[in-house]
Design a protein. Structure first.
Lengths: 201, 253
């Protein structure tokens, strides 16, 4: 049996780091060693930042975004068009759309998609909160920006069913050829969707 | 252990950071799970979508192991299905029905019917009636088949308009009249396979009929709710049928 080379505190740090997406036991060990070597510049500030984030971070009661204030920075931004709501599956999707900076709108994070295999039903998602937001008035357009998967689109159609009685324009992201995509490498489903959604030059 | 088969993807579950557990309705091995290594990559995500047909090689050290799938696409339907509410709700509703079957129990008839209906889902004039027949076939394979060929009271094969909620057998108009308020309606297109009709009200009645027996015999005893996708599929079909001029399932002219 291999002898222990570090104390339980460092072993615990490595074990916790190994749970972070993208890190395995080996890379967690490397990251932990790097932080220990740079204790003043990295380990201390990182621990303080994590502690502070742990104390203050939460989900926005309006849109479900993760932030340190409630309502979140996006919901309390007066320069955003709050009459347009972009519906996303997860906070990571919200961040991705913000990186694109294509729309200056509000968001609504569902917290996942309807997934019978994982036992995720409508009551597990923030769909009723979305209906409440729309019924409160002031919403002109709802852009459903869920993933182009069958589960994502099932969720989108379920939301459309729930909002059938409201006078709101419901739109969705286009499906088709990605920027830099070579037709030869695309699957038939994507190509067929792109042809069906063709636009005039 | 190793076998090759064809199948249709029913659903996926994330496994680690790069792989998925695929649930596939195979033709010869029933509803079967397996790990697809790298299944979350950009290359495999479009292939591993519910409704797509795939060719499979399953390998495991022992038969009872989860095993690993090697997948090759044979027919991509997901992109087309995602275009309509009927498509996405239809594939999810049928996947939910197939999940009622025990794992690794072959049902080639249901596999074939699933493929045919998936190919017809973008033609709503056929989808509804085929889906209802699919529900009846699932009930039959689960041991709760309905007898819609003869009247339970008289044995007559004509004029069947009711179904007994107790026995699940058809009842003719004359024999069922005194208990009409207690009997379920039997739409014409289910009573006689040659009857070329399935209008909107027939379809509503058919959904009510199969829904009753699915609830009583399957969902309630198992303590599971009716799949959300089923009601989504029904209302998506209804919306299409309410549009003037839309007909379904071989409606005669």
């Amino acid at each position: 049996m291999a002898k222990k080379v570090t104390g339980p505190e460092i072993e615990r740090l490595i074990q916790l780091l190994a749970r972070v997406p993208g890190l395995g036991p080996r890379s967690a060990r490397r990251a932990a060693l790097h932080m220990i070597k740079k204790k003043e510049q990295l380990l201390g500030p990182l621990a303080a930042a994590m502690s502070e984030a742990n104390d203050r971070v939460g989900l926005c009661s309006t849109c479900g975004n993760a932030d340190t204030s409630d309502p979140c920075t996006i919901c309390s931004d007066p320069t955003r068009d709050q009459s347009v709501i972009i519906v996303v599956e997860d906070v990571s999707d919200l961040w991705a759309l913000e990186r694109a900076a294509a729309m200056n709108a509000a968001y609504h994070v569902l917290g996942g998609t309807l997934s019978p295999l994982d036992g995720v039903g409508p009551e597990d998602l923030a769909i009723s909160q979305l209906v409440d937001r729309v019924s409160a008035g002031g919403v002109r357009e709802l852009l459903i920006a869920v993933n182009a998967t069958v589960e994502g689109q099932t969720t989108a159609h379920y939301i459309i069913d729930q909002l059938g009685d409201f006078d709101v324009r419901i739109t969705r992201l286009a499906h088709g050829v990605p920027v830099g995509g070579e037709l030869d490498y695309l699957d038939e489903g994507t190509l067929a969707a792109a042809i069906r959604s063709r636009t005039s030059f | 252990m190793e076998w090759r088969d064809e199948g249709i993807i029913l659903g996926l579950r994330k496994h680690g950071e790069t792989s998925v557990i695929a649930e596939v309705m195979t033709r010869g091995h029933g509803r079967h799970m397996g790990i697809v290594k790298g299944g979350r990559s950009r290359r495999w995500q479009p292939v591993l979508q519910p409704g797509n047909s795939v060719s499979l090689v399953w390998r495991a050290r022992l038969d009872e192991h989860l095993g690993q799938y090697q997948v090759e696409p044979t027919e991509s339907r997901a992109g087309r299905l995602m275009e309509s509410a009927v498509g996405v709700h239809g594939v999810q509703a049928m996947a939910a029905l197939l999940r009622l079957l025990p794992e690794r129990d072959p049902h080639p008839r249901l596999h074939d019917a699933f493929a045919i209906i998936l190919d017809s889902l973008d033609e709503p004039d056929q989808a509804g009636a085929m889906y209802v027949r699919f529900e009846l076939a699932v009930l039959e394979d689960l041991g709760f088949g309905l007898d819609l060929t003869r009247c339970a009271a008289t044995g007559d094969a004509r004029d069947l308009v009711y179904v007994s909620p107790k026995s699940g057998r058809a009842v003719s108009a004359g024999a069922g009249e005194p208990w009409a308020d207690k009997l379920l309606g039997l739409p014409g297109f289910l009573a006689t396979r040659t009857d070329p009709c399935a209008n909107a009200s027939d379809l509503r009645e058919a959904f009510r009929l199969t829904g009753y027996f699915l609830d009583r015999n399957v969902f309630e005893p198992r303590g599971v709710p009716r799949p959300v996708a089923r009601s989504g599929f029904e209302s998506a079909l209804e919306r299409l049928l309410d549009e003037p001029g839309t007909v379904i399932a071989g409606q005669g002219g």
